[in-house]
Design a protein around this ligand. Structure first.
Ligand code: SAM
Length: 242
């Protein structure tokens, strides 16, 4: 399965992002995501699309007894092992779609900014439900459907190159979107809000929280961050396995 994170140019550009340089405190969604985590002391945590492993490290620091970070990209897994190693954490090169999801195993499944790369999100919801213990928590943040729907996933710019407005288009046509991100062509998947929310409810989850990422005032000095308050970019969901 092709993954742009294996592309050296993309990988190098990703490494320059504030969230890659400084970790979770430089991630626009973190102040909203962090309080949604359940108590992790002695718990087993699975991270789908773990990247550099920031959330795995957070879980281990919160006292999780076992953490498994999965990522399709060997480059990202190498980076995670370098940056966020911990005796409680195992990292594994594995696609979200390929993992075996052993039944009734994990207390918390987390996924940050990876599910918009997944074609069949309903299947992942079903498998996550199967692998969670009863009352286990599925906490994820993915690109918002308003962000993923339009072709190119970008602003319409003024002649001076300033973002003018966001084009919402083809919303009710889920599926592949060819985008340009960090100077590279990246393929993502658009899912409607109904697919995401009803997908969870139909697969045995109850919703505990839904949030749309609004970067806080103190992050407004980061280039481009002000634009994040003009339209939602990320959707945060906390769901409980019934
Ligand atoms: C934007 S990064 C987020 C990384 C990390 N979760 C974080 O928040 O720092 C997206 C990650 O998803 C991974 N990814 C994309 N598609 C995947 C798939 N099908 N299975 C597993 N990982 C995938 C990429 O390799 C990349 O590491």
């Amino acid at each position: 399965m092709y993954n742009e994170y294996e592309n050296e140019k993309f990988f190098q550009e990703y490494a320059k992002m504030p969230r890659s340089q400084d970790g979770l405190d430089s991630a626009g969604e973190w102040r909203q995501l962090k309080p949604l985590f359940p108590q992790l002391q002695g718990k087993k945590v699975l991270d789908l699309g773990c990247g550099y492993g920031w959330h795995c490290k957070f879980a281990a620091e919160q006292g999780a007894s076992q953490v498994l970070g999965l990522d399709l990209s060997w480059k990202m897994i190498e980076e995670a092992k370098k940056r966020n190693a911990n005796p409680q954490i195992a990292y594994r090169i594995c696609g979200i779609e390929e993992y075996e999801y052993p039944a009734n195993t994990w207390d918390c499944v987390v996924s940050n900014l990876a599910l918009h790369y997944i074609k069949n999100i309903d299947e992942v919801f079903q498998k996550v439900h199967q692998t969670l213990k009863q009352d286990g928590v599925f906490l994820f943040n993915m690109e918002h459907p308003i962000f993923t729907s339009g072709a190119g996933q970008d602003w319409v710019y003024t002649n001076e190159g300033k973002p003018q407005y966001w084009l919402l288009d083809n919303y009710f046509y889920p599926g592949e979107r060819k985008t340009h991100f960090l100077g590279c062509d990246v393929t993502k998947q658009h899912h409607t809000l109904t697919q995401i929310i009803m997908g969870l409810l139909n697969n045995g989850f109850a919703l505990a929280a839904v949030k749309e990422a609004e970067p806080p005032e103190e992050m407004m000095h980061i280039p481009g961050m002000k634009d994040e308050l003009r339209r939602p970019m990320m959707l945060l969901v906390k769901a409980i396995a019934l």
